[in-house]
Design a protein around this ligand. Structure first.
Ligand code: GAL
Length: 383
């Protein structure tokens, strides 16, 4: 059984785009082990678009790996990844060509699913470019979902139709384990905060075995990468905000930076045990969203997310989306806890692991610009 919890791993696209090759994948696989990412729960090493030849094999009709990028083929890579106790992911597309114009799987779904299985693939990202006119997109996901289940291997099906055609309503039935709900993220505060604000209302569709994928993380990219083109990246506070939002959403955690060069700050963030506990909580509850202020495209209101966790615990996050330090405030009554009942919330800061007080009526915190405060919490009955 796969995808009981939100999938965790790394994907080449955000940083490398077309610039992928065997050495990059092997070195990144080593980094999973050396940095302790595997021990923290990251398991999928995923190669995105641009791994194949421009055309299929004229005789077998199979998609072929590009021998310049992958001289030993894909099975060699998956063997390497598997030998390290990790899982191997690849990419194709529901259309005739991929987004970067390599062969897609349209009307080759069963052949390609078998080929991916032969490669030892454990995860398939399935994109949405270049569909023939009048093609029925949801049906194409259904067909690949069926093809992947027909092979003799358990393959995580990662759909990527950018939230189109009300994907929330039908994707789970295709057998997909996660599904992209937005266009491509870019490495900027505006991009990830808009994605979060836009997806809050859709998080109720996300649940074990099929998660809303708010896109690969840009955490730790600092403007270096394909999606960094023209954007300066984020600072550490903004990356804390992004990562913790994805955790509060129970979104898949697919790292998108060059993990071989990850700095200490990023590593500490993405392996933070408290945040990962929130992300991987088996109940995968949708957070309650409280807004402070007006939510308009040009002005994101501050957010408070409250998420029930298993064992009667909870997580509580305060986000300051403004350019200045400010108060982010919640009345506990608005979360469903009137002051009169005599229950307090006892908080622990997820970043410092220190107790952060007990609150009975209101929590009003000063939060620096573009930063967050995130807590784990328990209920306390007052004497
Ligand atoms: C986009 C997709 C990206 C990446 C890219 C590859 O459609 O959203 O995540 O896979 O294609 O060309």
């Amino acid at each position: 059984m796969i995808a009981q919890r939100p999938p965790m791993g790394w994907n080449t696209y955000n940083t490398f785009g077309r610039r992928i090759n065997e050495q990059l994948i092997l070195e990144s696989t080593d980094a999973f082990i050396d940095l302790g990412l595997k021990d923290a729960g990251y398991e999928y090493v995923v190669i995105d678009d641009c791994w194949s030849m421009h055309d299929r094999d004229p005789i077998t009709d199979k998609i072929l790996p590009d021998p310049e990028k992958f001289p030993h083929g894909m099975k060699y890579i998956s063997d390497y990844v598997h030998a390290k106790g990790l899982k191997f992911g690849m990419y194709s597309c529901a259309g005739v060509r991929t987004c970067a114009d390599f062969p897609g799987s349209f009307e080759h779904e069963y052949l390609d699913a078998q080929t991916f299985a032969e490669y030892g693939c454990d995860y398939l990202k399935y994109d949405y470019c270049n569909l023939p006119e009048h093609a029925d997109g949801p049906y194409l996901y259904r067909r690949m979902g069926m093809a992947l289940r027909a092979v003799d291997r358990e393959i995580l099906f990662s759909a990527c139709n950018w939230g189109m055609h009300d994907v929330y309503h039908w994707i789970r039935s295709t057998g997909a384990h996660m599904y992209r709900s937005t266009g491509d993220i870019s490495d900027s505060f505006g991009s990830f905060s808009r994605i979060a604000a836009e997806q809050e209302k859709n998080m109720c569709y996300s649940a074990p075995f099929c998660y809303n994928d708010t896109d690969m993380l840009t955490v730790g990219m600092y403007g270096n990468g394909l999606v960094g083109g023209g954007v300066s990246g984020c600072n550490d506070a903004e990356y804390r905000m992004q990562f913790s939002m994805w955790c509060m959403f129970s979104a898949p955690l697919m790292l998108g930076c060059d993990i071989r060069k990850m700095n200490a700050e990023t590593l500490a963030l993405v392996t933070n045990k408290n945040l990962l506990r929130i992300n991987q909580d088996p109940e995968a509850r949708t957070p309650i969203v409280i807004m402070n202020g007006e939510d308009r495209p040009d002005h994101l209101a501050n957010r408070i997310y409250f998420k029930h966790l298993s064992n009667n615990e909870f997580a509580l996050a305060f986000y300051n989306l403004h350019d200045q330090e400010g108060g982010v405030r919640v009345l506990l009554n608005d979360l469903g806890l009137p002051a009169t009942v005599g229950v307090s919330l006892a908080l622990t800061d997820v970043f410092t692991n220190e107790p952060a007080g007990q609150y009975r009526e209101v929590i009003d915190l000063k939060v620096p610009a573009h930063d967050c405060k995130v807590f784990l919490g328990k209920y306390v009955w007052n004497a």
